[in-house]
Design a protein around this ligand. Structure first.
Ligand SMILES: NC(=O)c1ccc[n+]([C@@H]2O[C@H](COP(=O)([O-])OP(=O)(O)OC[C@H]3O[C@@H](n4cnc5c(N)ncnc54)[C@H](OP(=O)(O)O)[C@@H]3O)[C@@H](O)[C@H]2O)c1
Ligand SMILES: C[C@H](O)[C@H](N)C(=O)O
Length: 255
């Protein structure tokens, strides 16, 4: 059985991957989707031609990994594509966030980093030559971001982990792509709060375009997928400019 697995499929970027995946992989037997909101996953499954298997759970708790591991062990599917899209952010000074919402940033590290890593290791034994992993990092991974400090650090982890893992599994012909979008118009900002920088509002992208590019980049075996000129520019700037200067510019851009 050939399958695709998507975390964070109940909304935004993950849901869009679920919608587009069947057109990229015409031979998939099932798509397995993971998130906490079961009703959203059920609604999604009604929109997709390929049978969808729903895993309704919290990726920061261990039960979901036990359920998934047991099923993988029993059914031994060929995982053609894993998309790690579950994640969240929170805008504001890190200390203020901690004061107002104790535990929020630890949960963010847990979901954005630990859960993504665990999912990857749970799935890798069931991946074979030609399989793909897409880890949703962010343009926030390119350099530190005051006002998004913990979030940007989690995404720097995702980017670094994905690129190193990509080298490690290349000899098995498994291809890892770190997807690094700038701001995308999804429910993300309901949790994170609107972006502090007006520039981010100006370059807001739409999920279908970001996901289409990510799937094409994955097909082309690219280790990095960056949607749109502004974010490509941001990546180059973060590479060539001293981070001290980038940090100053970011502070000026904050409202
Ligand atoms: N939107 C942006 O501007 C943007 C830009 C760059 C990168 N990203 C990254 O893209 C990814 C997807 O974000 P999005 O924009 O699509 O946001 P979104 O619409 O809020 O989607 C987040 C997804 O993560 C799931 N999720 C959250 N906490 C979870 C948990 N504890 N366990 C299991 N699932 C959980 C949510 O499902 P439930 O609530 O149903 O559990 C939802 O499906 C994230 O990693 C985000 O950091 C977003
Ligand atoms: C939220 C998202 O990750 C985006 N790259 C940003 O910096 O706003």
């Amino acid at each position: 059985m050939k399958i695709g697995i998507i975390t964070g499929a109940s909304s935004g970027i993950g849901r869009e991957f679920a919608r587009q995946m069947e057109y990229f992989y015409q031979t998939l037997d099932e798509i397995w989707v993971i998130a906490r909101r079961k009703e959203k996953l059920l609604a999604l499954s009604a929109q997709i031609r390929v049978p969808v298997r729903i895993f309704n759970g919290d990726l920061t708790e261990k039960e979901i990994y036990t359920e998934l591991s047991n099923l993988l062990e029993t059914e031994k599917p060929d995982i053609r594509m894993l998309v790690n899209a579950a994640g969240f952010g929170k805008s504001g000074n890190a200390e203020d966030i901690r004061r107002k919402e104790a535990g929020c940033q630890s949960r963010m590290i847990d979901l954005n980093c630990r859960a993504l890593t665990e999912m990857t290791f749970v799935c890798l034994p069931y991946m074979s030559a030609g399989s793909r992993i897409l880890n949703i990092a962010s343009a926030a991974a390119f350099c530190p971001q005051p006002g998004f400090a913990v979030y940007a650090a989690t995404k720097a982890y995702v980017l670094s982990f994905s690129r190193a893992l990509g080298e490690e599994v290349k000899n098995r012909r498994i291809y890892v792509t770190a997807v690094c979008p700038g701001p995308v118009d999804t429910e993300f900002f309901e949790t994170a709060g609107r972006p502090e920088s007006f520039l981010k509002e100006k370059v807001m992208a739409e999920a279908p375009q970001v996901v289409r590019k990510a799937l094409l980049d994955s097909r082309a075996r690219k280790s990095l997928s960056i949607y749109g000129l502004p974010m490509k520019g941001a990546q180059i700037a973060a590479k060539v400019l001293p981070h001290r200067l980038v940090l100053k510019l970011e502070q000026i851009g904050r409202k």
